[in-house]
Design a protein around this ligand. Sequence first.
Ligand code: DQA
Length: 145
Amino acid sequence: MKVLVIHGPNLNLLGTREPGVYGQMTLDDIDAMLAEEATALGVELKTFQSNSEGELVTAIHDAVGWADTLVINPAAYTHTSVALSDAIAAAGIPTIEVHLSNVYAREAFRHHSFIAPVAVGQIAGFGPESYRLALHAAMRLKTES
Ligand code: DQA
């Protein structure tokens, strides 16, 4: 079971970025937590972060043939990116959308996701725990397929 976790723009700043919204954990802390969880679950895990839409698209393309499931926090591109949505649809890899914050309790522009229609499901609002829940959901997908 192979999972690629993709983090979108500005998530490299976690820890110092609006801690009241996104918490105190850094991206390295989150990736370390996920690595530990993946080991416990017997999941082979890769993580990737980019601030560039094109690099995120390429990471999705490159996951074809390797990843059984994608876990993606597209960050601000959630609300803007047809390119990411198209890449996920083209890759055909079951994809779980993740957000640290509850985007539906925030500004109206965060209520629309271009990713949700091409995702299996979405987990939002649990802080870093959203990613851990997504790993468990990925396991569930695998055992159901
Ligand atoms: C986010 C929510 C987005 O609206 C925002 O642009 C982010 C982070 C989250 O994880 O809560 O950068 O995806």
